[in-house]
Design a protein around this ligand. Structure first.
Ligand code: 13P
Ligand code: 13P
Ligand code: MG
Ligand code: MG
Length: 375
């Protein structure tokens, strides 16, 4: 049976800074998705969050870019925005850039990662939700997972992965997508994805056609869509695991290294990617450091399955992978790096180059200073 997993996410207002959604926003989104289950638009769902971003993880049979599923997500974010407005939350409706839905949420603000696949006998799915950074934050871990045998042993010792993967890369400036055949074209691909300002890995595809898509990233730049900066395009990546794909442990391992990503305070800095649990994902140090949370569920027929005793739509208990003490190692290292980076204050490269800064009016500051101080 073919199913589609869609994660449509947005920041539609948050509590006391860019920290976390209010529970009433989450409940409002859940009520809309519940109706979506009743009406048959989706089979199942789970609402989650990282930092101030609400993630609507949905299971359905309508394929990628299905307008009825996108509309449902849009309605859920509208409902959550209403709550944000009532409560006077910060930046209510931030990522909803249009007033009326027009067929597809792409280009309307929310981030979208979705993949349709033929369900295997056992189908573990891991959702990586990141806050205070951009889709290119996944470039480094995805290269390690799908193209580095020193990370993914399966590339060497599992016959089904031995021939490698295809990786699609989005040029966020021009909008073109490039496909690379890994491992043969690894160096060519790295020439692009090493530039985390311009290029983002968008999709990974198994060379085994019966498996299909291995991973997807919400690689659309909100700021480019809007024509001006309105919020950060905090990304999500979805990856399937096991049985011809990287084992879940291979998917998680690269996050033990808190690599530097663009984002953090005002979307204008460089900080380490801090792996943590959902509950620990409130960005509190200089609105960060940038966070990544990984949750896992099985897909079984028309349901998600988590740790709950009786799976019911919307009431799952996903595995929260980075909650464990193992990842204290990465968190401690990340905090050392975070403090080190912050010690540079406003001096690059802790601060991003001007053209890459997001939530800023530095341009007018510069104009005024350059004009007024010339001698
Ligand atoms: P304000 O303009 O509300 O201070 O926003 C700044 C900010 O939070 C950017 O992240
Ligand atoms: P978000 O993109 O998570 O809303 O954060 C905005 C920001 O600038 C925080 O400093
Ligand atoms: Mg926010
Ligand atoms: Mg956010």
């Amino acid at each position: 049976m073919k199913v589609t997993v869609s994660d449509i996410k947005a920041d539609v207002g948050s509590l006391a800074g860019h920290v976390k959604p209010h529970i009433r926003q989450i409940k409002a989104a859940e009520r809309v998705l519940e109706e979506g289950v009743k009406s048959g638009t989706i089979y199942d769902y789970q609402v989650s969050r990282v930092g101030d971003d609400i993630h609507l993880v949905m299971l359905h049979g309508s394929g990628e870019e299905a307008s009825e599923v996108h509309r449902l997500a849009w309605d859920a974010f509208r409902a959550a925005t209403e709550e944000a407005k009532k409560l006077g939350l910060y930046a209510a409706g931030q990522d909803l850039l249009k007033d009326a839905f027009s067929g597809n949420v792409k280009g309307m603000g929310p981030g979208v990662a979705e993949m349709e696949f033929e369900e295997r006998r056992a189908e573990p799915v891991v959702i990586f939700m990141a806050d205070k950074t951009s889709p290119s934050a996944f470039n480094l871990p995805l290269v390690r997972i799908y193209a580095d045998p020193f990370y993914t042993s399966g590339l060497v010792i599992d016959e089904r992965m031995h021939s490698g993967f295809y990786i699609d890369v989005l040029d966020q400036k021009e909008g073109e997508v490039y496909r690379f055949n890994l491992p043969e074209e690894l160096y060519d691909m790295l020439a692009l994805v090493g530039d985390v300002v311009r290029f983002s890995i968008k999709r990974v595809v198994s060379k085994d056609e019966s498996i299909g898509t291995a991973a997807v990233v919400s690689a659309e730049r909100l700021s480019h869509i809007a024509g001006k900066y309105v919020g950060k395009d905090d990304p999500v990546a979805i990856a399937r695991g096991q049985s011809g794909l990287p084992a879940v442990g291979e998917l998680l391992q690269p996050f033990m290294f808190p690599h530097l990503v663009p984002g953090w305070m005002r979307g204008s800095h460089v900080g380490p990617l801090y792996p943590c649990s959902v509950n620990d994902s409130n960005p509190t140090f200089f609105d960060g450091p940038p966070r990544v949370v990984a949750i896992g569920m099985m897909v079984k027929d028309k349901s998600f399955v988590g740790e709950e005793e009786n799976p019911a739509p919307g009431h799952h208990v996903p595995v929260d992978y980075f909650a464990g003490k193992e990842f204290d190692y990465a968190r401690n290292l990340a905090m050392q790096i975070a403090v080190y980076m912050r010690s540079h204050g406003p001096i690059m490269f802790e601060r991003l180059p001007e053209e890459e800064m997001e939530y800023t009016t530095l341009k007018s500051v510069l104009e005024r200073v350059l004009k007024g101080k010339r001698r």
